[in-house]
Ligand binder design. Sequence first.
Ligand code: AMP
Length: 196
Amino acid sequence: MKICVYCASSALIDQSFFKATEEMTIDLLNNGVDFVFGGGSTGLMGHLADTVLNHGGKIKGIMPNFMNDVEWGHKMVTDFEYVDTMHERKAKFLLNIDGLIALPGGSGTLEELLEAITLKRLGILNVPIVILNTNNYYDPLKLMLERCVSEKFMNEKHTEMWTFVNEPKEVWPAINNAKVWENYSINFARNEFHPK
Ligand code: AMP
């Protein structure tokens, strides 16, 4: 199984975020998961890669050339793909993966996560999306998404696209128990609020 992880570049965050990242990563490694990530050396990205490599796992970084030019890439990761733009990178993240995980992060992580949710809503992406809500960091996003539904910007059914979990150990079961999304394609996205 190959899983893409979106996560923070910041190294200034609380240690508990690093601990949760490590716990989750070891659990996924024990279940035979290979990883794809942004290739960064700092913050949760760096810690994710360190943990995978220290346990003999596989991880691939996908990074735009301009980040590589300023040496943002993780030095120990050998499997790297360099692309021209951030958009190309985001598209590559989603190729041939079996699941997506968002760990806590800043605007980069939020952007990647919300794009993946949008693509899933349109039926372009079907994989499970699991959000690790360490320290309730993602509570405001959860509320925002619920608000999208309560105000009818999205349908109740769309909440099946993602799973919020609080503990690192819950991530692997959430990936495996995610609701199958294949049936809710572009037609559902278009018709739900525009009945003839
Ligand atoms: P952020 O959550 O704002 O720190 O952004 C992290 C996400 O954006 C990662 O999943 C990466 O894909 C991308 N990104 C942002 N900053 C970096 C960086 N310094 N090195 C590599 N990727 C980065």
